[in-house]
Design a binder for this molecule. Structure first.
Ligand SMILES: Cc1ncc(COP(=O)(O)O)c(C=O)c1O
Length: 380
């Protein structure tokens, strides 16, 4: 198969660039002491996670949803759910998962803790917990210091649960373009987290894991004494938002589209709108056509403003660089892994969406057979 044969819109991965990204990140963490726990949510693709783990320097995988964790458990035996597992069925599924692999989850409330503990007891397993600390992102997490210590004590005393340490994701600092500002912010954010970890240990509580970081801060937080692992994800494929930063990773994936209309010399329209890529971090950029910009995305259309003399005609292919990796990946079923003009492989994005809602095949079969019957021609 050649790239020209790929139906559009589609996601293509530049295999060589992705491999270089994986190697650069692994090289940073291979020497330790801090390790990498690649975030599976960035690509949701088992083949990519397999390659990240094989490159070394890793201590397991990070996930954001229970569905991702269920897939990730086929790939490694140490899973961190860096998110609060609250809601119907989540704790039960984690209990089942903990029979197969080591499962650790982030917790910032006693309500969540009790639900996890009950599920762990029912499943006859121990589930690890990291106390989720708010280091300035203002999303989930308890305050560093006394509040975190109080919850950690409660975690340590809960049956079915093992306190493993702390998590503090400095998400607000990932997109800060100015390196000095990002660095100063990460040091401030991690100071409170590391100090809290020290207090846990001084009080005799276990704190083997202090988990933080992302693509924007991996080499800052990842070199702060006391941080034991970094949860970076986007580095492997990259996007135009992270592309503004001075991080040493290459753009490795693109939305491939086909031009469906050339209404006038200044405009082309391609078949890849915001159902093929997110625009939450801005519009995508155009590869390889100097001066061309994406003026707007509709559901199924990309409106491209062209410079004078540009050639981009009906039937031509176009590569767009998404502004945000994770939500773009989540819109697709497969990634086409390409090298030059050849499609080397097609990888299922197996953990996309919410697999727990997938229509069960048994129900589909039953329904189809009913539909089939109702469509039988009536005897005349
Ligand atoms: C909890 C958590 N950890 C780590 C990350 C880092 O991911 P990335 O490397 O894509 O910035 C994210 C990204 O949203 C996250 O939510």
């Amino acid at each position: 198969m050649r790239i020209a044969d790929i139906p559009t819109p589609a996601l293509v991965v530049d295999l060589a660039a992705m491999t270089r990204n994986i190697e650069r990140m692994a090289a940073f963490f291979r020497t330790g002491p801090c390790r990498l726990r690649p975030h599976f949510k960035a690509h949701k693709t088992p083949e990519i996670a397999r390659r990240q783990l094989a490159a070394g320097g890793c201590t397991g995988l990070t996930c954001a949803t229970v569905g991702e964790a269920e897939r990730a458990a086929d790939l490694c035996d140490d899973i961190l759910l860096a998110n609060e597992p609250v809601g119907p069925g989540k704790c039960e599924r984690l209990g089942a998962l903990a029979r197969r692999v080591a499962v650790t989850v982030a917790v910032d409330s006693t309500a969540a803790l009790e639900a996890i503990a009950a599920a762990a007891t029912r499943a006859g397993v121990t589930i690890g917990v990291l106390v989720d600390v708010n280091v300035g992102q203002m999303r989930c997490g308890v305050a560093p210091g006394d509040e975190a210590l109080r919850l950690a004590r409660r975690v340590a005393g809960t049956k079915g649960i093992a306190l493993r340490g702390l998590m503090g994701y400095e998400g607000h600092l990932q997109p800060v373009a100015d390196r000095a500002e990002r660095e100063a912010g990460a040091h401030r954010a991690m100071e409170g987290l590391v100090a809290t970890a020290r207090r846990l240990r001084e009080t005799g509580l276990p704190c083997d894991i202090v988990s933080a970081g992302g693509t924007g801060t991996y080499d800052i937080s990842g070199r702060i004494e006391g941080i034991t692992e970094i949860q970076a994800g986007s580095y492997v494929l990259m996007d135009s938002d992270y592309g503004r930063l001075d991080v040493p990773f290459e753009q490795a994936f693109w939305v491939l589209g086909t031009v469906i209309s050339r209404p006038d010399p200044t405009r082309s329209v391609a078949d890849c709108g915001h159902k093929a890529m997110t625009k939450d971090h801005g519009l995508p950029t155009v590869r390889g056509i100097e001066g061309a910009i994406v003026a707007a995305l509709n559901d199924e259309h990309a409106m491209i403003a062209l410079p004078a003399g540009a050639s981009l005609n009906v039937g031509d292919r176009i590569y767009l660089r998404p502004s945000h990796t994770d939500p773009t990946i989540n819109l697709h079923d497969v990634l086409y892994a390409v090298e030059d003009d050849a499609v080397i492989d097609v990888w299922p994005i197996a953990a996309r969406g919410y697999p727990e809602h997938r229509y069960p095949s048994s129900a589909r079969t039953a329904r189809n057979s009913t539909d089939g019957q109702s469509r039988q021609p009536r005897p005349v």
